[in-house]
Design a protein around this ligand. Structure first.
Ligand code: ATP
Ligand code: MG
Length: 471
């Protein structure tokens, strides 16, 4: 295990604690990821000391440079120091006991073993000694190594205790399963099902952190399937849960929109690590349950689901404590526009329709195309190819029109101010009418995107509205 301690940080800590005669260990994610061969170069490092974590942090900071900053979290009895690309967390070994209504434990000083027992999973409870005389010794009381080899998520203690003590661990189980492509051991999984209601005592911020990590895993459907099957999804994200299931009427069946959605999320995850574009994939059909209708001629329809979906985004983001700033607006825009390229690819593509799409999507047009391509989840290979070929045509057209007309960040060449001055009028509704007419004329290709053409067009339209040019 000495290989895990290649980083000079560990020697420095070892020197300090050995001189003081205090046992210390590297624990948790760093050990796990080292053994899994996951990238550990800029990983957080968790140091466990049988004594004061805060004291050790100060001594370590002094050793590496007297002006090194130590961030102390007094309530948790922990401290953090940044060193090169690492964030090093110093924690005193502790024993925890819990009250039923809170995930905040009553904490006492404890031994290494007490501390390993309070950890969430066996794969996160492995420790490597940093004391000089036992340097590199591997301490794995719950066989985490074997669980790593068999890709298993298992709690060190009775799972009912682990999950009931801190229900966030249920989310973490699903998240690690999705992130590492591990399976949750049977007894552990059954205990999640039994304890799902306890998730209600966990703050939404912590829950959404885990959801985000699931979304960012290579194959996020793994996590979402687990959330759905365990019953957690209905409690933490009911709008997504309500998408599952199929209905058959008069022999006509619609697809399972939950399964479709997580397939789209998997598809898009092969193309992008952008969390918000992945969120857009997760939300693109969110209003399908709300807009579902049966029509004997047409079968199942979901008219306007893109519009209603976009309207649902702010409430869902607020509920989940996701940011309400430009990221939310971006997801909303993606949801609203997600059918537009599909419609274009099915029709004769006119320049004017392409210009309008470019205008509405702006700089997000490339992301929108990625979303639309991910949205094709047919089982029929020929059909997928046909759709993708059509999208290729749309992409080509977008490129041609953009090169010709630069619509992406299009600002109509005539401002409200020019209109007001030209006709010598006060700000009034005619100004808006004219501005819109100019924008439409350019997007529809009636006039080129040039000042002179737009000005002439404005004069003509103004006249039609009964306005006179100031002389
Ligand atoms: P990552 O940083 O990739 O999310 P990690 O394993 O480092 O993974 P952290 O949340 O940083 O996870 O926590 C560090 C360690 O602290 C974990 O490995 C685990 O041993 C322990 N731990 C964290 N959260 C909990 C919890 N809710 N219950 C029990 N132990 C926990
Ligand atoms: Mg960590």
């Amino acid at each position: 295990m000495k290989k895990c301690l290649k980083n000079p940080i560990f020697r420095i800590i070892s020197e300090i604690v050995s001189n003081d005669g205090i046992p210390a260990f590297v624990v948790g994610g760093y050990v796990r990821d080292f053994l899994l061969n996951r990238k550990t170069s800029d990983r957080d490092i968790d140091i466990l000391v049988v004594g004061s974590g805060i004291d050790l942090a100060h001594k370590f900071a002094n050793e590496i440079g007297s002006d090194t900053k130590v961030t102390v979290f007094k309530t948790f009895g922990t401290a953090m120091v940044r060193y090169h690309e690492h964030q090093i967390e110093f924690v005193g070994a502790r024993k925890e006991s819990y009250r039923r209504d809170s995930r905040k434990p009553i904490v006492e000083d404890g031994t290494l073993e007490d501390d390993q027992k309070r950890r969430d999973f066996t794969i996160n409870a492995m420790a490597i000694s940093l004391s000089r005389d036992t340097y590199g010794e591997f301490i794995d009381p719950f066989n985490g190594l074997s669980d790593l080899m068999f890709k298993t998520i298992r709690t060190p203690l009775n799972p009912d205790k682990t999950f009931s003590d801190d229900p966030l661990r249920m989310m973490r189980a699903v998240r690690f399963s999705s992130q590492l492509d591990f399976n949750i051991e049977n007894k552990t999984y059954k205990s999640i099902i039994k304890n799902i209601e306890r998730i209600k005592i966990v703050s939404k911020e912590r829950i959404v952190d885990e959801i985000n990590k699931i979304i960012l895993s290579d194959i996020p459907s793994k996590g979402f399937n687990l959330l759905e099957q365990s019953g957690l999804l209905a409690l933490i994200f009911p709008e997504l849960d309500q998408m599952k299931g199929v209905e058959i009427k008069e022999g006509k069946q619609h697809k399972d929109n939950f399964i479709h959605t997580i397939n789209v999320l998997d598809n898009i995850s092969k193309k992008t690590d952008n969390l918000w574009l992945r969120w857009a994939a997760l939300m693109h059909d969110i209003a399908k349950p709300k807009t579902k209708r049966f029509n004997p001629q047409l079968g199942w329809t979901f008219h306007g689901h893109e519009y209603w979906g976009a309207k649902m985004v702010p409430d869902i983001f607020r509920n989940l404590r996701l940011p309400l700033h430009e990221k939310m607006v971006y997801v909303q825009k993606m949801v609203l526009l997600h059918l537009r390229p599909i419609v274009l690819s099915q029709e004769e593509v006119t320049d004017s329709a392409i210009r309008r799409l470019l205008f509405d999507a702006g700089d997000d047009i490339d992301d929108l195309m990625i979303l639309c391509e991910a949205d094709i989840t047919s089982k029929n290979e020929a059909k997928i190819k046909e759709h993708l070929d059509n999208f290729q045509i749309v992409r080509q057209k977008l490129k041609e029109i953009e090169e010709k007309d630069t619509i992406r960040n299009f600002q109509p060449p005539i401002s409200g101010d020019i209109i007001i001055k030209t006709f010598n009028i006060k700000p009034c509704k005619e100004v808006g009418i004219l501005k819109n007419a100019i924008k439409d004329a350019i997007l529809d290709g009636e006039i080129p995107n040039k000042y002179e053409n737009a000005f002439q067009f404005m004069l003509k339209k103004g006249e039609e509205l009964g306005l006179e040019k100031r002389t």
